[in-house]
Design a protein around this ligand. Structure first.
Ligand code: 0X9
Ligand code: ZN
Length: 252
C-alpha cells in the first residue's frame, strides 16, 4: 500500500519461499539514483518472533511519516537508503498462525524425515554446521543439507550481495532477551573491529534506555549469549564486509 501511495517507498519481490510465497524487500529512498549508503534490516527469520515483523513495519511507518516533518528522520533518509525484508520467513510465519504458534523454522521437507523445517539462522555459510546447530531434521536448530540450501536464506544472501559495499549497517531482528549482539556468533573469538562495534552497540543501547527505559546487554553473541553457527550476522560481517552487522533480541 505504501509503495503505491508514497513516492519514498518501493518494493521488490526478491525471492520465493519453499511453499511459493513472495519474499518482499521494501526500500525507502529520497533519491534512488544517488547510490547512498544503506541501512539494511531483516525481520522474522524465526516464525514465532512476531514482534520482529511488527518492528520492521513500525520503523517503515515511523520513517515515512516523519520524513519532511521531523528533522532527524529527514536527515537520516537524506543520508541513507533504508531497506527492509519485513517477513523473511513467510511460510513459517503463516504456519505460526494456522498451525503452531511456536513454530520457528522454515517449512522445508527434510528428505528421509517426517520432521519439517530448517532453522534459517543456521543455514548461512559462516561456520556452517558447527557448534550450536544440528544435523538432525527434528531439531529446532537444524542447519539444513548445505549452506544456503534454503530459498529464504538464498534470497537474503542475494539481496545483501546486490548492495555489497553500500551496506553500512545490517540488523537481523529477533526476540526476545533485550540483547544487542555482534559477531562472532560461531565462536567466542572477537572480530578485529570489535572496539568500533562496541561503541556503536553502546550508542544504540544508551538510546534505547533514554527513550524507553529498557536496558539491553550488548557484545559478541559467543560471549554474551551462546555459540550459534551459520547465522545471518556472521555472514553479513564476514562474507559481505558489513562491520555494523548485528542481531537485536528485542524486549519481551
Ligand atoms: O539462536 C538464534 O538464532 C538467536 N536467538 S533466538 O532466540 N532468536 O533464536 C541468536 C542468534 C545470534 N546470532 C548472531 N548474532 N549472529
Ligand atoms: Zn530468533
Amino acid at each position: 500500500d505504501l509503495a503505491s501511495t508514497n513516492p519514498l517507498v518501493s518494493t521488490l519481490v526478491a525471492g520465493t519461499s519453499v511453499e511459493g510465497r513472495q519474499i518482499v524487500q521494501a526500500t525507502i529512498s529520497s533519491d534512488r539514483s544517488a547510490n547512498k549508503p544503506i541501512a539494511w534490516f531483516d525481520c522474522i527469520i524465526h516464525a514465532r518472533e512476531w514482534i520482529t515483523a511488527a518492528t520492521c513495519v513500525w520503523i517503515i511507518d515511523t520513517i515515512t511519516s516523519g520524513y519532511g516533518t521531523d528533522a532527524e528522520i529527514t536527515a537520516l533518509v537524506d543520508q541513507y537508503d533504508w531497506k527492509f525484508v519485513p517477513v523473511a520467513n513467510p511460510d513459517g510465519y503463516a504456519n505460526s498462525w494456522s498451525n503452531d504458534r511456536l513454530w520457528r523454522k522454515n517449512r522445508a521437507i527434510n528428505s528421509g524425515s517426517a520432521c519439517v523445517g530448517v532453522d534459517l539462522n543456521r543455514n548461512f555459510p559462516s561456520g556452517f554446521g558447527g557448534e550450536g546447530s544440528s544435523n538432525l531434521p527434528c531439531s529446532e536448530t537444524h542447519h539444513g543439507v548445505s549452506a544456503l540450501s534454503e530459498p529464504e536464506s538464498q534470497t537474503l544472501d542475494a539481496l545483501i550481495a546486490a548492495d555489497r559495499g553500500r551496506v553500512k549497517a545490517a540488523i537481523s531482528m529477533h526476540s526476545y532477551s533485550q540483547l544487542w549482539l555482534s559477531s562472532y556468533s560461531y565462536s567466542s573469538a572477537l572480530p578485529v573491529e570489535y572496539p568500533e562495534m562496541m561503541n556503536a552497540m553502546k550508542a544504540g543501547v544508551d538510546a534505547l534506555v533514554a527513550t524507553y527505559g529498557t536496558p539491553y546487554e550488548y557484545g559478541s553473541t559467543g560471549t554474551v549469549l551462546y555459540i550459534a553457527s551459520g547465522t545471518t550476522t556472521d555472514h553479513y560481517y564476514e562474507n559481505e564486509g558489513v562491520v555494523h552487522s548485528y542481531t537485536i533480541e528485542l524486549r519481551d
